[in-house]
Design a protein around this ligand. Structure first.
Ligand SMILES: NC(=O)C1=CN([C@@H]2O[C@H](COP(=O)(O)OP(=O)(O)OC[C@H]3O[C@@H](n4cnc5c(N)ncnc54)[C@H](OP(=O)(O)O)[C@@H]3O)[C@@H](O)[C@H]2O)C=CC1
Ligand SMILES: CC(=O)N[C@@H](CCC(=O)OP(=O)(O)O)C(=O)O
Length: 343
């Protein structure tokens, strides 16, 4: 018997990716799909990529009661809107993986600083686990609420955490420069994301402090005990999906850093540390749940690290399924691919 799953926010980009992953999953099955402005329509009428019998499912309203049989709920809703759906699902005894930012912070004060809105249910912060799977397995397995990490923080924290743990990084003034495909901004139309405005163009945004800078700093310290100061500049590129993050780092014993990262992730199917000096590309990871990390020593104390993920997979729906697998004591890689859709 497969485990029945609900996806709230099924008509968005991450929702569509969740449908694809859950429909192909050996242990989960889709029992309920919900949307907001598109509620009442068939999934296939709103999602051109959705096929099979799932395309005929009617989209419920995001706040409609969940079927009793549902054991797991993915909330792929905008931040602030997600929190109340999460609270409702938990009160009905469901496990929840929340893809929004609503439970990624440890205090309402930090959330409010980063998102400029008051949190609707801060009492749930206590039970939320920040689901960066490779560093939070045991806690994820033991909770009913996983806060799925943001895409930029995932691509930043995976290379940073082992080096911080080794105590070799200068922690003051880490520069994180990221590039994202336009699907990172979601499906709702925004004028600055029109084809004519992003095609043949690259732009930086989110300055002076993008909301993910708080998340990166909070969890770099949360996982390692080392307070860090991060200057983060995101960019949007004229491509659909993929994320490339370049970290400009300094510290000591830089000749050891490659080995430290390799050792940290040698048994991890979804994190690949490339040979010394080799750098990754988004094309090498898109379609997979992998994070590829490349490292280049550029001075006696200076290093450039480049990490790549698919923002919709390891940066969102893929990591969400990885977390769900852990919550249900399944094979962590069930339903996920280590292979990209290359070329
Ligand atoms: N895109 C990405 O790469 C990543 C996204 N995320 C996060 O995942 C969540 C979903 O993102 P994404 O799929 O890109 O978003 P989209 O904008 O593509 O989709 C949003 C979804 O939420 C529904 N929705 C919109 N407004 C409301 C509302 N007020 N109440 C309830 N439901 C609503 C929409 O329904 P309808 O279509 O019916 O209006 C749609 O299903 C967000 O919190 C986002 O920050 C996290 C990591 C990466
Ligand atoms: C390109 C783009 O706009 N990206 C989004 C980040 C992706 C996202 O959805 O953010 P969460 O991970 O916090 O949910 C942004 O900068 O706000």
């Amino acid at each position: 018997m497969k485990i029945p799953v609900a996806i709230l926010g099924a008509t968005g980009y991450t929702g569509a990716e969740l449908i694809r992953l859950i429909d192909g999953h050996p242990h989960f099955t889709i029992a309920h799909l919900a949307a907001h402005s598109q509620a009442g329509k068939a999934a296939g009428a709103v999602l051109p990529g959705c096929g099979g019998r799932t395309a005929d499912m009617t989209l419920a309203a995001a706040d409609a009661p969940l079927p009793e049989a549902v054991q797991l709920v993915f909330t792929a809703l905008p931040h602030a809107a997600a929190a109340t759906s999460v609270a409702n699902a938990l009160s009905q005894g469901k496990k929840v993986v929340d893809l929004s930012a609503d439970f990624r912070h440890q205090s309402a004060a930090v959330y409010q600083q980063a998102y400029a809105v008051e949190h609707p249910c801060p009492e749930l912060f206590q039970q939320a686990v920040y689901g960066l799977c490779e560093h939070a397995r045991d806690r994820v397995a033991a909770t009913s609420l996983v806060a799925n990490p943001g895409c930029y923080p995932t691509s930043t924290l995976l290379p940073l955490i082992p080096l911080l743990k080794a105590g070799l990084l200068d922690t003051d003034g880490i520069i994180v420069d990221s590039k994202s495909g336009a699907s990172g901004a979601g499906r709702s139309a925004k004028t600055d994301l029109l084809y004519c405005e992003i095609n043949e163009s690259v732009k930086a945004y989110g300055m002076p402090r993008h909301r993910h800078a708080w998340e990166m700093e909070e969890w770099a310290e949360g996982f390692t005990g080392s307070p860090v100061r991060i200057r983060f500049v995101p960019h949007i590129l004229p491509m659909t999906r993929g994320m490339l993050t370049t970290l400009h780092l300094s510290g000591k014993q830089v000749d050891r850093w490659h080995a430290i990262l390799q050792e940290a992730y040698s048994d991890e199917p979804f994190v690949r540390v490339l040979a010394a000096g080799e750098l990754p590309s988004t094309g090498g990871v898109c379609g997979s749940n992998r994070c590829d990390i490349g490292i280049s020593v550029v001075g006696e104390h200076e290093v450039v690290i480049v990490s790549c993920i698919d923002n919709l997979l390891k940066g969102a729906a893929g990591q969400a399924v990885q977390n769900a697998n852990l919550m249900f004591s399944l094979d962590e890689g069930a339903g996920l691919s280590v292979h990209a859709t290359w070329p």
